[in-house]
Design a protein around this ligand. Sequence first.
Ligand code: GDP
Ligand code: MN
Length: 398
Amino acid sequence: MDIHEYQAKEILSNFGVAVPTGALAYSPEQAAYRARELGGDKWIVKAQIHAGGRGKAGGVKLCSSEGEIYEACNALFGRKLVTHQTGAEGKGIYRVYVESAVPIDREIYLGFVLDRTSQRVMIVASSEGGMEIEDISAEKPDSIVRSTVEPAVGLQEFQAREIAFQLGLEPGLIQQMVRTLQGCYAAFSELDATMVEINPLVITGDKRVLALDAKMSFDDNALFRHPQISELRDKSQEDPRESRAADRGLSYVGLDGNIGCIVNGAGLAMATMDTIKLAGGEPANFLDIGGGASPERVTKAFRLVLSDDNVQAILVNIFAGINRCDWVAEGVVQALRELQIDIPVVVRLAGTNVEEGQKILAKSGLPIIRATSLMEAAERAVRAWQNDLTQNTKMRAV
Ligand code: GDP
Ligand code: MN
């Protein structure tokens, strides 16, 4: 799960990371009021969206009067900001963050990521802040400092000092940098983050180390341990199909094809998508309905898959271990009756209670296309989608 910049700054600040003073606003009037409260004569108005690259896309504006704040806000609120990270559709701006502008001497890149090779948290830093890390690694690879943290002892002071020295910070700034690094690491590990990125981390004219931008992502599977983080979820920034799925406890990723997939288990879902492609089709989604899927859950899954207008055939592939084929079959029958589905539905069941499951499908009298192997199921789904099977559908009705 991603959060907004202002939320990440509040979290990091609680862990001892210094951030500029700022305030959130939901309207231009509120932004102007917030700027007056902050005082000073220069402010930065920043669109709050779940994506970077805002600066280049016009989502970060320097203002020196109340009039300019209104002007900046009117250009942002209610619009969609398209950056190189949002995709062509962009992300809606419903909140802006107003900060006191600070004079910048130097910009540093700082990131904390999970490195799968070393199975450790890796700190990535560069003296070339302000640029995207991808560009830094392409253009100035030598400026990148990497350091992995031993989880048993956490980020040690000497290690943090070493990073600060490698970035070429002057002695007077080392202690502030160590505090920043340790704060970020503590936030990362205590809150089950998957990413913390501060770009840029700046050295101000008056020799302070400040996080001018902040990005944090969290491990969805650990959110149950952090209700205060879960509350920060902003559905306006998510793919509506994916947030509907998350609300229903289903793991869904929307894709561009025509064959909707309802599968239990992430591995089987991946294999199903591969097999559909092998059979000449394109999957419309990844969907893992999980173990112990009740008929209600299966119906919900159908509803979700059908909410995508591109879906022209559905493939249900269940390998029941914890699951029970009879429950899934009941769910399929219930869904087909309730939702009046008029596209071909292919069902392949295997595992626990498979005979009962097949009987339920057979007794229903519904035009369900059955298959025994995954390959056969994928081929039938693809053929059904290509309409070759439209006539056969009725004949095969079980
Ligand atoms: P991003 O483009 O989405 O990563 O947004 P950032 O928060 O990184 O802002 C983009 C750029 O705006 C930064 O790299 C800075 O150069 C500039 N910027 C942001 N806040 C300030 C500020 O307080 N003072 C000055 N001088 N520049 C700022
Ligand atoms: Mn940035």
